[in-house]
Design a protein around this ligand. Structure first.
Ligand SMILES: Nc1nc2c(ncn2[C@@H]2O[C@H](COP(=O)(O)OP(=O)(O)O)[C@@H](O)[C@H]2O)c(=O)[nH]1
Ligand SMILES: [Mg+2]
Length: 265
């Protein structure tokens, strides 16, 4: 299905969206696409989808949910596809190769929403917080990113994990993105226009894609807003610290090299 072919698959019937302040948004348009990358998530995914669907059902605007699975050794894709039969606006996509970045790029480009929200399957941030990333809470954001380092964030995370995150973020600020304190939070919102510009330029398919897409966004002049969130650490992780940290540090150099070569222009 094309990005624009999903209007009849929305979760809610047409309803007033005028309160959102989008004169150009018709009642039939999808306001929010929620993109959930999923790798070996057969246990966490369904409870997450239940919460996400209950939340979007409670809103006045239309939405869609896209699960993008790749490389799982378990039955994530089958379980999600079976569950999706009951929800026309829930689509389950699959990429042949592994990588969170690859999955997010696919979801962002296949989505049809006015805003496109990356949402990790662990729901470390309660889904209700998504309203903080959208109008009317934010004016008309290009890119709004959840930040565990924002002053008003409420974060529960083991000290060791927090330190590692901060070390990586220091490196990111130094090498690629001065001023951004938390690039790795799995909850980020892009306007349709920003997503259409940014994601076709994304090269990295792994865990450091966040840094790259934010770099592309900033370089193109999109405003990046850090949003305070509630965060509850989930110990169940796909990240392998030593291996992934080394790879991610190398990726920062790749971003700088790509930028010099004009790949992001
Ligand atoms: N599609 C896809 N999703 C992935 C991949 N690796 C991680 N994810 C997803 O990315 C999100 C964050 O992963 P998680 O292991 O919780 O990372 P952490 O929160 O940083 O420890 C979850 O939704 C994972 O299923 C991948 O290779 N492909
Ligand atoms: Mg997690």
């Amino acid at each position: 299905m094309t990005a624009n072919g999903s209007s009849q698959t929305s979760l809610q019937p047409a309803s007033a969206t005028a309160t959102l302040g989008h004169a150009e948004l018709q009642p039939a348009d999808i306001f929010l696409s929620i993109i959930i990358p999923a790798h070996n998530e057969e246990h966490r995914l369904i409870p997450t989808l239940e919460k996400v669907l209950a939340f979007v059902h409670s809103q006045s605007w239309k939405s869609e949910v896209l699960v993008v699975e790749n490389g799982s050794a378990d039955r994530t894709f089958e379980v999600a596809s079976e569950f999706a039969k009951g929800f026309p606006a829930l689509r389950v996509l699959r990429e042949s190769q592994r990588g969170k970045g690859l999955a997010v790029r696919r979801g962002m480009l296949e989505a049809a929403g006015r805003f496109r929200f990356l949402c990790d399957a662990d729901l470390s941030m309660p889904i209700e917080n998504v309203l903080r990333f959208l109008p009317p809470a934010l004016g008309d954001p290009d890119v709004a990113i959840g930040s565990r380092e924002a002053a008003d964030s409420d974060v529960t995370e083991p000290a060791r994990r927090r330190r590692m995150g901060r070390m990586f973020n220091r490196l990111v600020r130094w090498l690629v993105l001065p001023g951004i304190r938390d690039t790795q939070c799995g909850f980020k919102c892009f306007s349709a226009e920003a997503a259409r510009f940014i994601f076709p330029r994304q090269q990295l398919v792994g865990m450091s894609f966040d840094v790259e897409v934010l770099y592309i966004a900033r370089r193109a002049g999109y405003r990046i807003i850090e949003v305070p969130i509630t965060w509850q650490y989930d110990a169940d992780t796909r990240v392998r610290f030593v291996r992934d940290s080394m790879r991610m540090a190398g990726d920062l150099l790749t971003i700088r090299r790509n930028a010099r070569r004009g790949i992001y222009d």
